[in-house]
Design a protein around this ligand. Sequence first.
Ligand SMILES: N[C@@H](CCC(=O)N[C@@H](CS)C(=O)NCC(=O)O)C(=O)O
Length: 196
Amino acid sequence: MKLYTSPKSGNGYKVELFLNLLGLEFERIYVKIDYASNSHKTADYLAINPRGQVPSLVDGDLNVWESQSILIYLARKYAAESWLPQDPAGMAETIRWLSFSAAEVDGLAAARRIRLFGQDHDLTPHQQKGISGLKLMDAHLANKSFLAGPNPTVADMACYPYVAMAGEGEVDLAPYKNVQAWVNRIQGMDGYIPLP
Ligand SMILES: N[C@@H](CCC(=O)N[C@@H](CS)C(=O)NCC(=O)O)C(=O)O
């Protein structure tokens, strides 16, 4: 398998983390992202990922792009069922948090992008969106070890990177004790890797 990612990409990291937790072998290929020139959107790379973004996973003849979609692919193909529960309620709960990762958690990602890559956007609305998500997650995690129940699922992989790196977008995790405990739980898992 080949994973196209970039060193600071939280979306790439969620896939790389999951691959490591599953103990799967893969080749990491870095794509040099340049937001100013879009020079990474080459014809060759657009043939793999029509958005020209990272991450993309190539497994044999199959190109999978969009990080949540890659997590689902890996879970179905290579992981125990608990990573993507099959029962209707468990699957609905898991998919809900995958959606959440692309909504409120994406506010934290956008705030980080503005700070790290100097994008000329207003930070505050993205931080506020992320904070509303952290409040909701913190209440949800009060009596749960992981987002979709007692076991880790792809939902935890999807949400983890940008929540754990919220500080890089100047959002303080200190008020969210249950979120912090969840972050620590993921960091304690066998095969855990920090952002490379
Ligand atoms: N919805 C996409 C977002 C991917 C994304 O925003 N990737 C960033 C790096 S984290 C990227 O490639 N940015 C360059 C670009 O948008 O051209 C996913 O979840 O995979």
